[in-house]
Ligand binder design. Structure first.
Ligand code: AMP
Ligand code: ZN
Length: 469
């Protein structure tokens, strides 16, 4: 049985109860990355927020059918392939793999389907042909095909555009443009020399699809003409999502998306990320500074509600490290405790309250911060009893059940050896070998190196134990 949940719908600009078309199924389409480079942590803020949405829906009993495409043909990917002197497919596939690896680092669940745009060109051509047949698109004398926004009176409904001042017949050939530059937008781009060997045949000659058409075509192909939720970063609201609505609804004559989910941007030290400011970080850059994927996930989840800007700072990463270490320490206590039969404290009630409060926080538009607050309250309350070895076996089990339910949504993962960075793990192994050989000077040096990377090593009868400092 699925339970009710409310989400902010950026079309209506209100928090609304989710009403899926065919519950418990929820169809979810999320615009995927353009794979011409490594994703930056801003991109991953959006994908972590979508992952929170997906996991929350599952937690409340929905069956999520999630599709995310990879944009593997556009100006940027074509330019990248040319500059590197490799075929487009070879160029983009390395960044597809890198994206999937980074998603794994952040414990992001991979959507049910992750098609590449270029594997579905005929479907896009078909959709464009339907739009031409219906008079909502036209082939221009420059050999490209454009969407005729005058044929779609609802145009602007998502971004609340005032179309009064538009110059009739103005056209935009770029995929990205500002509201001031709105006009008939491109669906099919005629081949030019800059495209090299990239191009497909179509009724309008050789060319390639514009960026917007792929999401309409793929969403309809995999999820049907009308879907429950469509998501992406806030910058996609205009023109991309506006154009998706126009293309899809002009073709089908009915609603394309029931609820729009937009994630606000990540800023770095209060500024927009940009290469020129030197503040554009990839997931790999963050790991190279000694943080783990779990810590980055925590920072992305906890920094701000998804509908607000998130300010990324290195201080924020240090705070995330401390918070994750606190969870890990609690988990270790729960795991290693031999329960003692003392007076029974009201732990079972406490566990039930924790889950209720956690659910309430998420049920109202995914309040991850509040949900984390509930978890940390539970950690503080139970820590004292855990330190005293006070809990009964069934209470320890209740704590474990709370954690399992909570972490299915938060996805922070349990403390395992693999959460220790490989570099620290390798130093620890060298230190164990040095101790075995009674080389205590080397062992001390290695301890210092481990500490410099933010880890503590403790010698226990079972061997070394590593904890985040
Ligand atoms: P792109 O690869 O440029 O198509 O972007 C992939 C996703 O990341 C899209 O949903 C964008 O809206 C989102 N995105 C881009 N920059 C940021 C940012 N600074 N913060 C959050 N999301 C972003
Ligand atoms: Zn899209």
């Amino acid at each position: 049985m699925s339970e009710p949940i409310s989400l902010y719908n950026s079309m209506s600009r209100a928090v609304e109860p989710l009403r899926p078309l065919a519950p418990p199924r929820v169809s979810l389409y999320v615009c995927g990355p353009t794979i011409y480079n490594y994703g930056h942590i801003g991109n991953f803020r959006t994908y972590v927020a979508v992952d929170l949405l997906r996991r929350t829906l599952t937690h409340f009993g929905y069956e999520v059918d999630h599709v995310m495409q990879f944009t593997d043909v556009d100006d940027k990917t074509i330019r990248g392939a040319r500059e590197n002197g490799v075929p487009l497919k070879q160029f983009t596939s390395q960044f597809r793999e890198a994206f999937l690896e980074d998603a794994k680092t952040l414990n992001i669940e991979i959507p049910e389907r992750t098609p590449n745009a270029t594997d579905h060109i005929p479907r896009m051509v078909e959709l464009i042909a339907t739009l031409v047949d219906k008079g909502a698109a036209y082939a221009s004398d420059d050999g490209s095909v454009y969407f005729r926004i005058a044929a779609f009176p609802k145009y602007g409904c998502l971004s609340h555009l005032d179309l009064e001042n538009l110059v009739a017949g103005a056209r935009v050939n770029q995929d990205e443009y500002e509201k001031e530059g709105v006009g008939d937008f491109v669906l099919w781009k005629k081949w030019t020399v800059a495209d090299g060997d990239v191009g497909w045949d179509s009724p309008w000659g050789k060319g390639r699809p514009g960026w917007h058409i792929e999401c309409s075509a793929l969403s309809m192909e995999y999820l049907g003409e009308e879907i429950d939720i469509h998501g992406g970063g806030t910058d996609l609201r205009f023109p991309h999502h506006e154009n998706e609505i126009a293309q899809s609804e002009a073709a089908t004559g009915h609603t394309f998306v029931r609820s729009w989910f937009h994630v606000e941007h990540l800023l770095v030290d209060g500024q927009k990320m940009s290469k020129s400011l030197g503040n554009m970080y990839t997931v790999r850059d963050v790991l190279a500074r000694g943080y783990t994927g779990r810590e980055l996930r925590y920072a992305l989840l906890s920094g701000a509600h998804y509908s607000k800007n998130l300010n990324f700072t290195w201080q924020g990463m240090d705070d995330a490290k401390t918070a994750v270490a606190r969870i890990d320490e609690w988990r270790r206590l729960v795991r290693n405790l031999s329960p003692a039969a003392l007076d029974e404290p009201p732990l079972l009630q406490l566990a039930a309250d924790c889950l209720n409060d956690f659910n309430a926080a998420l049920r109202h538009d995914l309040n991850a911060n509040k949900a984390l607050g509930v978890l940390f309250n539970f950690i503080s309350t139970t820590n004292a009893g855990l330190h005293r070895g006070q809990y009964l076996p069934r209470e320890i089990k209740a704590i474990d059940l709370v954690w399992t339910a909570v972490d299915a949504v938060l996805g922070l993962g349990d403390v395992t050896e693999s959460s220790v960075p490989a570099e620290v793990q390798s130093l620890a192994e060298q230190r164990a070998a040095a101790r075995k050989a009674k080389d205590f000077a080397a062992s001390d040096t290695l301890r210092k190196q481990i500490e410099a990377l933010g880890w503590k090593v403790k010698d226990t009868p079972k061997g070394q134990e590593l904890t985040a400092a």
